[in-house]
Design a protein around this ligand. Structure first.
Ligand code: SPD
Length: 345
């Protein structure tokens, strides 16, 4: 059977199983990062599976998990980064994946196995790979150098932002100092916090959401942010450039997990399989400017996306980059260092 025929048959079967005549449409609840899926793809899924997709968004792994721990329920699929998957799994928040229900897992690009939480997909399926770098306005930053140290440059006082994200921002400082962003050496974390405190006196604010508009409208001249979010800004504004700092960046995989209490299991599996259809994955990459690790999807990408080094990071930067990992009890040292940064404001 052709892939499209199999997909249509599977969609009809799932739709029939979950929606009897006269009943209201079932709802699939997603808890995702903002600006992280092409709305047309969501509409197509709703039509094909005769359902409604309800999306809630977050801008920080830690606040997403805090909300779930505080008792928020009703979500079926959540999109945590790999290091957060480990924590959610260990604390019983997510259920085991039945890989036989996701045939498109065969498309996953195993070149990224060292980044994703679990290449055998026991509890999570990779969604998109992101990296955090620097976007700058080339009209306003004339001789920009790709280094994290630019956040201490007085020429950009009060017109730059750093991510309001403990692991990303301490991570950038750790890379600047030549340390691992997963270090478990307390003195190194303390030095990184000192450096962030120094930068914080120069920046306008710590921010995860407004930096996109801020760099787009000229309010900020350089910002620390995620490649795809900034790629979306660059599509609208030729003066903005995304740079990968020479010290290395963090590379993340945001994954799809099914919560332990998920109500719409059939739809959840159908959705995870749907976004890994190669043509859908390619369209989603083009829209979001992020990399879906789906090998056959790359064939459907326009050349400018395949050659985009903010999405497909060059080997020399990838070698110097790392993926944030859960550090177990040592996480508390990062929290203490970040509290010190925040208390110094
Ligand atoms: N708008 C989508 C942002 C995705 C960012 N990935 C998160 C990495 C966190 N360390």
């Amino acid at each position: 059977m052709k892939r499209s025929v199999i997909a249509a048959f599977a969609a009809a079967t799932v739709a029939a199983a979950i929606c009897g005549c006269g009943q209201s449409k079932p709802k699939l609840h997603l808890y995702n990062w903002s600006d992280y899926i092409d709305p047309e793809i969501v509409k197509e899924f709703e039509q094909q599976f005769n359902c409604k997709v309800v999306t809630d968004t977050f801008d920080l792994n830690e606040s997403m998990f805090a909300k779930l721990k505080a008792g928020a329920t009703g979500y079926d699929i959540v999109f945590p980064s790999s290091y957060m998957v480990e924590l959610m799994r260990d604390q019983g928040f997510i259920q085991e994946i039945d890989v036989s229900r996701i045939p498109n897992l065969a498309n996953i690009d195993h070149d990224y196995d060292s980044v994703i939480a679990d290449p055998t997909f026991h509890y999570s399926v990779p969604y998109m790979m992101s990296n955090a770098g620097i976007a700058y306005n080339e009209e306003l930053c004339k001789d920009f150098e790709p280094t994290w140290r630019v956040f201490g440059d007085k020429r950009y006082a009060r017109s730059c932002t750093l991510l309001n994200d403990m692991r990303e921002t301490l991570g950038a400082a750790l890379k600047t100092l030549g340390y691992s962003l997963n270090t478990t050496n307390e003195a190194e974390v303390a030095q990184a916090a000192d450096l962030v405190i120094e930068w914080s006196k120069n920046i306008a604010k710590f921010d995860n959401e407004l930096y996109k508009n801020g760099i787009a409208n000229g309010h900020f001249v350089l910002v620390h942010g995620y490649n795809g979010d900034l790629g979306q800004v660059i599509e609208e504004n030729d003066n903005i450039v995304y740079a990968l700092p020479k010290e290395g960046v963090s590379i993340a995989c945001d994954e799809m997990v099914i919560l332990s209490g998920a109500k719409e299991l059939d739809l959840a599996y159908a959705f995870i399989n749907f976004v890994h259809d190669p043509e859908i994955a390619a369209r989603n990459m083009e829209y979001t400017c992020y990399l879906c690790p789906n090998r056959p999807a790359y064939e459907f990408l326009p050349e400018e996306v395949r050659k985009d080094e903010s999405i497909f990071i060059p080997a020399e930067i990838r070698e110097k980059s790392e993926t944030i990992r859960d550090l177990g009890d040592f996480n508390a040292i990062y929290v203490k260092a970040w509290d010190r940064v925040k208390a110094s404001q």
